[in-house]
Ligand binder design. Structure first.
Ligand SMILES: O=C(O)CCC(=O)C(=O)O
Ligand SMILES: [Fe+2]
Length: 366
């Protein structure tokens, strides 16, 4: 079973088969049929080091909030840019409110993703095995060679607004699915371009330098079934940083689960129905020469409630290169320039193990 990463760019579509997943039991089906899971079934998903670091729920309220309308108003822009700089440098994560995406676009995609995951397994699987298509429905995502598995089912879709339209095959149920995804994806592309302009401001560089960093988008829709036995021992998603430039996350049904790494602990993020969550990806860490860090995050599981989310990974042109932008002549280059294609391959080969892939771009001595 393949979950494929996809990208466009100004030229032809060239992403394929960067990430793979194995045909193991679909956890959603497992949960639905089992009532109670056996110890053996659950054992495969148990993560022994889940408690290695403290979880600091009291810091949830501190995740920075950026108001896009303040960025867009000449009176408030400077103060909000300062907040954005702080958010990128100190947290690597921020919530965006007043993001300007119409309510009906958000409602549409939330509704259709929920409907998609309610389809019978056979129907969903029909979308999985279409070689050559830029999409896949993964039954489970393999995160390490020893078959440690995440408690989630995934739908990965290539959804770049222009080239995405050429995709030959889309799920036909629910019938509005394709429209909802395209509308949402188009709005997110616009939002990402706007964020780019202000991220450039925070780095004191010309916006054109970041203009080609969001040419394509790869959507991952994740479904995390509830887990009644030992939910505190199972992760929906193991700790990883994102291989993107920037990721924009929509939490579909407001069930808490995402935790971000900060000062050696995990901070749970409280879903806000009015916000999108944005995080710095590995490529922005490289471009900013480490001023902004792509932060590790993981997803925990709720004992009684399912959780759904859509991650939109914004990526540069596959044929491009990311090099650190240095602020001053004296600034030492801490990361080397990497080809986007080269980095994508490396990232997927590392199977989402923390931030290991990024070590490749770090120059020695740091
Ligand atoms: O479901 C989430 O909240 C986060 C998922 C995630 O980290 C990812 O898709 O990279
Ligand atoms: Fe992630």
């Amino acid at each position: 079973m393949e979950v494929e990463a996809a990208s466009g760019g100004t030229g032809e579509i060239r992403w394929s088969k960067l990430g793979t997943s194995l045909p193991v039991a679909n956890v959603q089906a497992l949960v639905a049929s089992a009532g109670e899971l056996t110890a053996d079934q659950i054992e495969r998903y148990v993560q022994p080091d889940i408690d290695a670091h403290a979880v600091l729920s009291e810091q949830s309220g501190e995740v920075p909030v950026i108001d896009l309308s303040n960025l867009l108003s000449s009176e408030s822009v400077d103060a909000e840019v300062a907040k954005l700089r702080f958010a990128c440098a100190e947290w690597g994560f921020f919530q965006v409110v007043n993001h300007g995406i119409p309510d009906d676009v958000i409602t549409g995609i939330k509704h259709d993703i929920q409907k998609f995951f309610q389809l019978p397994l056979e129907v969903k699987n029909a979308y999985a095995q279409r070689p050559g298509d830029l999409q896949g429905y993964g039954q489970a995502f393999v995160v390490s060679d020893d078959q440690k598995l995440d408690w989630s089912d995934l739908l990965a879709l290539f959804a770049q607004p222009t080239q995405g339209r050429d995709m030959s095959y889309w799920p036909s149920q629910p019938h509005t699915f394709r429209n909802s995804v395209e509308d949402y994806s188009m709005e997110l592309m616009k939002l990402a371009q706007t964020l780019n302009v202000f991220i450039a401001k925070t780095l004191d560089v010309a916006p054109e330098l970041l203009a080609d960093k969001h040419v394509a988008q790869f959507l991952r829709m994740s479904y995390y079934p509830p887990c009644t036995s030992m939910p505190e021992k199972v992760l929906g998603f193991s700790p990883h940083s994102d291989g993107s430039f920037l990721t924009i996350l929509l939490e579909i049904n407001s069930v808490q689960g995402l935790q971000i790494r900060r000062s050696g602990a995990w901070i749970p993020v409280k879903p806000r129905h009015d916000a999108l969550l944005v995080n710095v990806g590995d490529l922005l860490e490289i471009l900013s020469n480490g001023k902004y860090k792509s932060i590790e995050h993981r997803v925990t599981i709720n004992a009684h409630k399912e959780r759904l989310s859509i991650s939109a990974f914004h990526v540069p042109n596959y044929g491009g290169i990311i090099s650190p932008i240095l602020g001053t002549i004296e600034e030492k280059m801490l990361y080397k320039a990497v080809g986007v294609e080269e980095y994508a391959r490396l990232y997927f080969a590392n199977k989402l193990e923390g931030k290991k892939a990024l070590d490749y771009a770090k120059l020695s001595g740091i």
